[in-house]
Write a new protein. Structure first.
Length: 401
């Protein structure tokens, strides 16, 4: 079985030779093009059995603005395996678009997608494909958050936190489809090319795996990996890429979260109206805020049960347990907001109704994640292997019944 390794690059010239050499070594390819004793390396560097996948080609899909294309051509001239360059003058769809463009040209049964900065260990590539073939999977995700996986190569605590929060948000927005995927935002995975409907994709930004999982029906498994230190260059992540990620999530999942937002918006308006009415009746604003919070927490829970999480109500917890968790979280969140409300009103002179409205908006995403991941968290199926349901399985909950 032959494999193509697809590597999207943007100004990654210093990494090209090292990545190519390590990939060849992982597949047991000698500098003269021969194979080392008919074996390739396993994920821990030891030999894998004869019959392991063979490296057919390394494909660099390049959007660089520096000399990276020249570096790739230099490596290709002496590499023991075919090294191909697909340079895009117009980088449509960003990194995700580059991956899709590369996959469209793949002729082997399997393709492995990985970054060009060597934070994804080339030594794991044969094991990903072997796992997919032996387990009858369509896609194998290299995960930083399962088993012995580790995200230590991320730059600092801030990127660690952003990575975890982003993955949690994605899993909250797709609780059914991602129930068996711990790292939906990784750029390191193996795919059986024939199983992918590339025409269904709308690539944008960095997170192509999320796009594949959301728009394809696939049998998915995971393999742990340790996210390494960057070999050369610097991170391409910016505030703008974060906004693109949120845009991608909204485009993929304009269902559950939108209804949660509608009900949350209704509750916020009701909360503010109750506060306004009670303060107009000479009730102290703090007492009025407590009353409005309790009323809207109860009403929001009933509406969410009916219109947002109807499909997840039988995933393990009874209605009173769900209510207790929801009420406890929302009550705690409201209790935290009240001192903020008091401080801002007393020390800045801001209008209490305006402060209440602003704090409600700030708390929205936190409430959504908690309800999906705790109150209505879906049961996991068999560990490591799960058939990703069709897109309609996650969208069936959008029908108001």
């Amino acid at each position: 079985m032959t494999v193509t390794v697809v590597v999207p690059t943007f100004n990654e010239g210093p990494n090209v030779r090292a990545l190519t050499e390590r990939l060849c070594a992982a597949f047991g390819v000698l500098p003269d093009g021969g194979r080392a004793s008919g074996v390739v390396q396993g994920p821990e560097g030891g030999p894998a059995p004869v019959g392991a996948p063979a490296l057919a080609e390394i494909l660099f899909v390049d959007d660089s603005t520096d000399d990276t294309p020249d570096r790739i051509r230099e490596v290709a001239a002496t590499a023991p395996v075919p090294v191909r360059l697909l340079h895009r003058e117009k980088p449509e769809g960003g990194l995700s678009g580059a991956v899709v463009a590369g996959l469209r040209t793949v002729t082997t049964e399997w393709a492995v997608v990985m970054d060009g900065d060597l934070q994804h260990p080339p030594e794991l590539v044969p094991a990903l494909v072997t796992r997919g073939r032996e387990s009858g999977l369509d896609l194998v995700v290299a995960s930083r958050y399962t088993g012995d996986g580790d995200a230590g190569g991320l730059d600092g605590w801030w990127r660690h936190g952003v990575s975890i929060a982003s993955a949690l948000l994605a899993r909250s927005m797709f609780p059914v489809r991602l129930r068996n995927v711990t790292d939906p935002l990784t750029g390191f995975f193996a795919a059986r090319v024939e199983a992918l409907d590339l025409d269904a994709l709308h690539p944008r930004g960095f997170k192509i795996l999320l796009e594949l999982l959301a728009r394809n029906t696939l049998a998915v498994g995971e393999e742990p990996f340790v996210f390494g230190e960057r070999y050369a260059g610097h991170s391409k992540a910016t505030f703008k890429t974060g906004l693109r990620y949120l845009e991608q999530l909204a485009a993929l999942r304009f269902g559950r979260m939108s209804r949660f937002a509608i009900i949350g918006g209704f509750g916020a308006v009701l909360n503010v109206l109750i506060l306004w009415l009670l303060t107009a009746l000479s009730v102290h604003y703090v007492q009025a805020a407590v009353i409005s919070a309790v009323v809207t927490i109860l009403i929001n829970f009933l509406l969410q049960e009916r219109f947002v999480f109807r499909d997840l109500r039988n995933e393990g917890r009874g209605v009173w347990t769900r209510f207790a968790h929801s009420f406890a979280f929302n009550g705690t969140e409201a209790a935290i907001r009240l001192p903020v409300l008091w401080w801002l009103v007393e020390h800045t002179g801001m209008w209490p109704v305006l402060v209440q409205a602003v704090t409600l908006v700030v708390a929205f995403l936190l409430r959504f994640v908690f309800h999906v991941q705790v109150v209505y968290k879906p049961r996991r199926t068999q560990p490591a292997i799960g058939v990703t349901p069709p897109l309609g399985a996650d969208r069936a909950d959008e029908r108001v019944q």
